[in-house]
Design a protein around this ligand. Structure first.
Ligand code: G6P
Length: 480
C-alpha cells in the first residue's frame, strides 16, 4: 500500500476517462490549472490524489498516472444525486454565490454529504504516510478536514476554498452552519481567493462558534483544553501562464485565429465570452447589454459580433436547465431580429473546446467580456491576458469576480448596471491601440508574475510552517 507524504483530496480526480475507437477505456490528464500546477509537486513528493472518477457506480482500483498515485472514490448514482448535484451544487453553490439562485436545504442531501465526505476522509487517511501533509480542495469537501484530524492527529491539513465565502447575513441561512465551520476548522491552513472571503469566514466563526480571531489567526480549542491557531488567509489562485504564452506564439494557432475572423465574416470587432453555462457568470446580463447596443444602433452586426462559448455544466440540476432555456431563447431572439444573410449578432456555442482552440479564440477577440455576478476568481480573465502576447485586446471585468482585486487595469463593470455595461463595452470597442497596450502590459505583468506555480508554492509553504509549528508544540507537550 502506498504511503504518500503529500495527499491531495478533491471531488474530481485529475484525469478523465476516455474511450478510444476500439472501445478501450484509458485515462487522460484533465486540462485544469490546478492539475497542471500540482503535477510537478506531486511527482517530487511521491504524492497521492484522492477523488471521484466522474462517473456514477464505477469501481476503479488505485493506479499510477504520470508520477501520481490516484485513489478513486466510488459514488453511487444516489450519492451523485444527493451529495454532488444536491448539497454541493444546489445548496452550497448558490448560497456561497450570494443566493443568485435560491439554495435548497434538504436534510437527505446533508446526510449524503456527511456520508460521502467521510468516505473521502477515510480514503485519504488510508493513503497518507505518518506525519504527511494533506491538501483538501473546495466546497464539496468542507467536512473532510475535521474528520481527517480526528482519524489522524499526526497529519498537517490544508484546505483551499475555490469559490466565494459569503457575508454572514447569507451564510447564516445554512441549517448546518455550525457543522461546516467546525469541519473547515479541522484544517491548520484555510485558504480563500480574496481577502474579503477570509474576512467573511472569520466573522462567521466569531458569530457562530465565538472563537477569537486576530488578523489571519483563529484560536481553535483542542479536545484537551489547550488551543491552537489555524491560519485563514487569501491565496488567490492563478493559471499556468507560460503554457498560454507558448500556445499563443505557435504559428498554427495564430493562423487559426485569423481563420476564425474570416469565418465570422471579418467583422471590425469580435467580442468574446467564455464560461461554463452557469447562472453566476452573468451571461444573460451580457446578452441584454449587447442586444440593446444593437437595438439602439450604437453597434451593428456588420461591424461587431459576439462569440459566446458556454460549456455544458451540471446539466441535471434544475437551475442549470432553466438557465440554458433562457439563454437560448434570448440568443435566438437577438439573432432573429438582427442577423443578416452574411453576419450574425451572436455566435453561440454550447460546447467545450481544447485549449488550442481557446487560445486561437482569445487571439481573435478584440474584447473579452467577463461579467460574472459573483465568481471566486475567474481564470478565463487571466487566460485571455496571458494569451495576448501582442499586448492588444481589452478585458472588460466584473468587480464581482475575485480577479478584479488583482487586475485593476481592466475596464471594470458592475454587471447589474446594464447602461454602465453598455458604455463600457463601447469604450472597449473604441479603445485606441496605445491605451490597449498600456492596460494589457500592466495586466500581463501581474498574471505572468503570479502564476499557479507561485500559488501552490505559497500555500504549501504555509502548510510546511504549520507542520513545523505542530512539531514544536507536540514536543513541548511530550516534555511537559
Ligand atoms: C468550479 C469549482 C470546482 C469545480 C468546477 C467545475 O470551478 O470551484 O470545484 O470542479 O467549477 O464544476 P464540476 O461540478 O463540473 O466539477
Amino acid at each position: 500500500m502506498t504511503q504518500a507524504q503529500l495527499v491531495v483530496v478533491a471531488n474530481r480526480l485529475p484525469v478523465d476517462r476516455v474511450v478510444d475507437d476500439s472501445g478501450e477505456p484509458s485515462w487522460r490528464r484533465s486540462p485544469g490549472g490546478l492539475v497542471t500546477a500540482l503535477e510537478p509537486v506531486m511527482r517530487r513528493a511521491d504524492g497521492a490524489w484522492v477523488g471521484w472518477p466522474g462517473q456514477a457506480d464505477v469501481d476503479v482500483d488505485p493506479f499510477e498516472f504520470e508520477g501520481t498515485h490516484l485513489v478513486p472514490v466510488r459514488l453511487s448514482s444516489d450519492d451523485v444525486e444527493k451529495y454532488y448535484e444536491g448539497m454541493s451544487n444546489d445548496t452550497f453553490w448558490p448560497l456561497y454565490h450570494d443566493v443568485i439562485a435560491e439554495p435548497r436545504y434538504r436534510r437527505v442531501w446533508w446526510d449524503a454529504y456527511v456520508r460521502v465526505n467521510r468516505r473521502f476522509a477515510e480514503a485519504a487517511a488510508a493513503v497518507a504516510a505518518d506525519g504527511a501533509e494533506v491538501w483538501v480542495q473546495d466546497y464539496q469537501l468542507q467536512l473532510v478536514p475535521r474528520m481527517l484530524r480526528e482519524m489522524r492527529p499526526d497529519l498537517t491539513i490544508g484546505y483551499f476554498h475555490h469559490i466565494p465565502f459569503p457575508a454572514y447575513g447569507l451564510y447564516s441561512q445554512l441549517p448546518w452552519r455550525r457543522q461546516v465551520l467546525d469541519g473547515l476548522l479541522g484544517a491548520d491552513v484555510i485558504g480563500f481567493q480574496r481577502v474579503a472571503d477570509a474576512g467573511n469566514f472569520a466573522r462567521a466563526v466569531r458569530r457562530v462558534l465565538r472563537f477569537d480571531t486576530r488578523s489571519t489567526g483563529i484560536s481553535v480549542p483542542n479536545p484537551d483544553g489547550t488551543t491552537r491557531t489555524a491560519l485563514a488567509k487569501a491565496f488567490p489562485i492563478s493559471i499556468d501562464a507560460a503554457s498560454y504564452v507558448e500556445l499563443a506564439q505557435r504559428p498554427d494557432i495564430q493562423a487559426r485565429a485569423a481563420e476564425i475572423r474570416r469565418e465570422l465574416g471579418n467583422p471590425r470587432k469580435i467580442l468574446l465570452g467564455v464560461d461554463r453555462l452557469d447562472y453566476t457568470k452573468g451571461i444573460r446580463h451580457r446578452l441584454k447589454a449587447f442586444g440593446e447596443l444593437l437595438a439602439d444602433g450604437r453597434a451593428n452586426v456588420e461591424d461587431v459580433t459576439l462569440v459566446q462559448v458556454a460549456s455544458p455544466s451540471r446539466e441535471r440540476v434544475q437551475a442549470y436547465m432553466q438557465l440554458r432555456d433562457e439563454i437560448e431563447l434570448t440568443v435566438g431572439r437577438i439573432n432573429g431580429d438582427r442577423d443578416t444573410m452574411g453576419h450574425t449578432a451572436i455566435r453561440y456555442l454550447h460546447q467545450a473546446y481544447p485549449r488550442e482552440e481557446m487560445v486561437a479564440l482569445f487571439l481573435a477577440a478584440d474584447v473579452m467580456l467577463v461579467t460574472a455576478l459573483r465568481d471566486g476568481m475567474n481564470l478565463v480573465a487571466k487566460e485571455y491576458v496571458a494569451a495576448r502576447v501582442d499586448n492588444r485586446g481589452v478585458l472588460v471585468l466584473s468587480e464581482f469576480a475575485g480577479a478584479a482585486d488583482e487586475l485593476p487595469s481592466a475596464v471594470r463593470i458592475n454587471p447589474h448596471d446594464i447602461d454602465g455595461m453598455k458604455d463600457a463595452i463601447m469604450r472597449a470597442i473604441e479603445m485606441p491601440p496605445a491605451e490597449q497596450g498600456r492596460r494589457m502590459r500592466a495586466l500581463r505583468k501581474r498574471v505572468m508574475e503570479h502564476d499557479v506555480a507561485r500559488w501552490s508554492r505559497s500555500f504549501l509553504s504555509a502548510l510546511d510552517d504549520a507542520k513545523a509549528a505542530k512539531r514544536r508544540s507536540d514536543a513541548r507537550r511530550a516534555s511537559a
